[in-house]
Structure formats: structure tokens, C-alpha cells
Design a binder for this molecule. Structure first.
Ligand code: FNR
Length: 426
């Protein structure tokens, strides 16, 4: 029985004999370049950009070079196990699709396509708070597969409660609370195009479909300045009306005025800068689901999170979209893992592009990783099949890298994978 990695490899080479090349490139740079070509300028900026001069994005990638794998030989790696245990589930692969907002800018089936691909591969799907379809529709697309809901803590507690309640009712198995986006970072690519998808009715499906949101009254002074769409701005008006039509087809009819009012209400309540540790206790009481904090980078914050009784952490700097000139998430991972001492799962994202990256993150203490931009690119190129190709390629690359490094299972990965090199990790 060929290994998972060899099976995938052989299929791609066999297709090559028939004159077919992969529609979704396997090389990370080629994947991103192909997606960039397919996307319009605003979507490419939104998906591929980061904060400020994008130094954090670059640093996230550069950090992987600081941890060279040193392969071991003659260890009989003929059978390999990539599975992990996470919150009571056995998952076939040590990665999930992370939360990504506004996927409709990559493909019209957006979260639904990505969720189906994850579910078919048996891996977890994290539905974004800023999804393009309501979390109930995404849950249906996932079917019986593992799904988590990612929460942005709104300025209105009653809305948070409603989101939690909906997530519980629709079979979500964990709540990922993203802490690093109390406001949007200074994202120059988006700013220079004057483009924020939410203002055009995109990526706010969970709000529009929420009964509490629909009833929220927001004082005029809470609503920032926002012109109503008008004829002069043809492109943005068309996009706005497209959102309105899409929404009306998918759920309850909503006229342009109601959508415009909803967008203004969303802007007033979506971000929250007054969050502090004491609020976590309240969240703990509001849900019976495991709580996973996303965006932890400092070991003291990790210890504090454990004191608050959270069930998991994600070491992440949001793919460099929030703070420019920040530490690479990967460099923070071993510090956080040491602070946590295996008491809860530590997940990781920000820069994962290859199987070797996953090996390194697991070696530095991650239980699993979240995939971000690579799966957006797959979605942009070929919808559900494109996401599936990205998952399968990562799995194959991981499997081969693991075996070729002299390890049989992801459970064996620890810092010894770097031992024997002169790097700081050894
Ligand atoms: C994100 N990320 C994100 N995170 C989150 O908690 N909720 C969200 O809605 C989004 N939306 C989002 C949109 C886009 C376009 C990107 C690129 C990222 C962050 C995401 O979950 C993850 O932390 C990063 O994608 C990891 O970085 P890489 O590996 O994609 O570079």
C-alpha cells in the first residue's frame, strides 16, 4: 500500500503522462501567483495583504528558515500516522482550515465550498464570524464533520450570546475567540484602494441572519459617517446591490435601504476595544463548548488564559494583518508551548505553506495548525475542488516530509527534529 504522500505524487505524475498539469499549483509561490491572477485587484489586496509595510508577514515566513530539520536515517518509516486527538475527536490530519472572512470574494460558494472540502477530507473547519453565509448554512455544508465557530467579540453582549447560542444549536464543537482584532490593522493595500468589503454588504452574513442583530437599536452617534451608496460610484453601488440581491435570494428579502442600515449598524458594533481578562469569566459562563483563544503570543498571556480556564490556544499574529513589525508567530510558539506544559492544546497559524512548515510547527509544540491563505488561493482557483487540492497537497507533502525525516507519526514530533543542527532550536 503506497503511503498517502506517494499516492498523491503518483497521481499527479500519471496525469502528467496524459498531458495534464495540476490546476492548483503545488508550489506555494505559484499557488499565490495563480490566485492573484484570477482575483480582481480589491480581492487580491484583501486576501494577500497585511498590515503596514508587511514586515510581520515576511517575518512569519522567514522564521521557518531558522528551524532547519535534521533528517534521521534507517528508522523503518514504512507505515505512518498523521492523526491527532483534539477535543475528543480523532482527526486524520494535524491541520484544520482556519477562520477566513469574506470568502465570497474568492468564489461565489465561499465558506460552503471550503466547508465541503474540509468535511470530505475529514479535517476540521473553523467558520469565521465574518463568513459569507450564515453559520447554520456552513454547518449544513460541513455535515457530520468537525466544525468550530470563530467569534469576534461584539460591542453588544446580547449579540455575542446569540452567536454562541446559534453555534451550540448547530453542532459547533468549539468557540475560537479571536483576540487580536479588537480593531482592524492599518492595511495599506486595502486603504489605497479604499476597499473594505463589509461596507459593501460582504462578509456580514452572520449579522444579517441574526434575530438579535435585526432588533438591535444603535444610537446615531455610535454610527460613524458613511455615505449612502449613490449613482456616482457605479462600481461600489453595483457591488452593494449584488450583495443585496444575493442576500435576498439566500435568506429573507432585504431591500437596499434595510441593507444599508444594517451595514451602518454592523459598523457601530463589530469591534470592541474595551475587552479585558475579567470578561473571559463571563464568556466561560455563557457557553458549555470548549473555548480556544486565538492570537496569543506572549507566554504570560498563555498562563493567564489557563488561569481563566480556557480549553485551548492558537499562537497567531493573524497572518501579519494586524501589527506591522511584530514578532514572527513561529518564534513565539515554543515560548507559549513551554508556558502551557501540555495542559491544553496549543494550535498555531501564520505562515504555514508546506508540509515541512507543519512538521516544524508540531516540532515546536503545536498540537495542530490552521491553514489560511493557501486554501483561499485554492478556493479562488477551483472552488471546492481547489480547496480539496490544497488539503491533499499539504497532507501528501507532510506525509513525505515526516517519513523522509525519519519519523513514523506526528505524535513523535518534538524539538529533536532540529537536533544536530547548529541553529538556536537544536
Ligand atoms: C484572516 N484571518 C481571520 N481570523 C479570524 O479569526 N477571523 C477572520 O474572519 C479572519 N479573516 C481573515 C481574512 C483573510 C483574508 C486572512 C488572510 C486572514 C486570520 C486567519 O485565521 C489566520 O490567522 C491567518 O490567515 C494565518 O496567516 P497565513 O498562514 O494565512 O499567512
Amino acid at each position: 500500500m503506497p503511503s498517502l504522500g506517494r499516492h498523491r505524487q503518483t497521481k499527479i505524475y500519471a496525469d502528467g503522462l496524459l498531458g495534464r498539469r495540476p490546476a492548483v499549483p503545488t508550489a506555494p509561490a505559484a499557488l499565490e501567483a495563480a490566485a492573484k491572477k484570477k482575483l480582481d485587484a480589491s480581492s487580491a489586496a484583501y486576501f494577500l495583504g497585511g498590515a503596514g509595510a508587511e514586515r510581520t508577514m515576511a517575518e512569519n515566513r522567514a522564521a521557518f528558515d531558522r528551524y532547519p530539520i535534521v533528517q534521521r536515517m534507517l528508522r523503518n518509516v514504512s507505515s505512518r500516522d498523521l492523526s491527532i486527538e483534539l477535543f475528543g475527536r480523532t482527526l486524520p490530519l494535524p491541520f484544520l482550515l482556519g477562520p477566513i472572512g469574506v470568502l465570497e470574494m474568492a468564489h461565489r460558494e465561499a465558506d460552503l465550498a471550503a466547508a465541503r472540502a474540509a468535511s470530505a477530507a475529514g479535517i476540521g473547519f473553523v467558520t469565521s464570524n465574518q463568513a459569507s453565509y450564515p453559520m447554520e448554512a456552513v454547518a449544513d455544508a460541513v455535515g457530520s464533520g468537525p466544525r468550530w465557530f470563530q467569534l469576534y467579540w461584539s460591542a453588544r453582549d446580547e449579540l455575542v450570546e446569540s452567536f454562541l447560542d446559534r453555534a451550540e444549536r448547530y453542532g459547533y464543537e468549539a468557540i475560537v475567540v479571536t483576540l487580536d482584532t479588537t480593531e482592524l490593522g492599518w492595511r495599506c493595500r486595502d486603504l489605497d484602494l479604499g476597499y473594505l468589503p463589509f461596507l459593501r454588504g460582504r462578509g456580514i452574513a452572520n449579522y444579517l441572519s441574526d434575530p438579535v442583530f435585526q432588533r438591535l437599536s444603535v444610537a446615531d452617534e455610535e454610527i460613524g459617517p458613511l455615505p449612502r451608496p449613490r449613482l456616482g460610484a457605479v462600481a461600489s453601488l453595483a457591488e452593494f446591490l449584488g450583495s443585496q440581491r444575493k442576500w435576498s435570494r439566500a435568506a429573507a428579502p432585504m431591500g437596499p435601504k434595510k441593507l444599508a442600515d444594517s451595514i451602518r449598524r454592523f459598523l457601530a458594533i463589530y469591534s470592541r476595544t474595551d475587552l479585558s481578562w475579567d470578561k473571559l469569566a463571563a464568556l466561560r459562563e455563557k457557553t458549555r463548548l470548549p473555548i480556544v483563544l486565538k492570537g496569543i503570543l506572549h507566554p504570560d498571556d498563555a498562563r493567564r488564559a489557563l488561569d481563566c480556564g480556557v480549553d485551548g490556544l492558537v499562537v497567531s499574529n493573524h497572518g501579519g494583518r494586524q501589527v506591522d513589525g511584530a514578532a514572527a508567530a513561529l518564534d513565539q510558539l515554543p515560548l507559549v508551548a513551554d508556558a502551557v506544559e501540555s495542559r491544553v492544546p496549543v494550535l498555531f497559524d501564520s505562515g504555514i505553506r508546506t508540509g515541512a512548515d507543519i512538521v516544524k510547527a508540531l516540532g515546536l509544540g503545536a498540537t495542530a495548525v490552521l491553514i489560511g491563505r493557501p486554501y483561499i488561493c485554492g478556493l479562488a482557483l477551483a472552488g471546492e475542488a481547489g480547496v480539496r487540492a490544497v488539503i491533499d497537497n499539504l497532507a501528501a507533502d507532510l506525509d513525505l516530509t515526516l517519513g523522509l525525516s525519519g519519523r513514523r507519526s506526528v505524535g513523535e514530533l518534538d524539538r529533536s527534529i532540529f537536533a544536530g543542527s547548529p541553529s538556536k532550536a537544536a
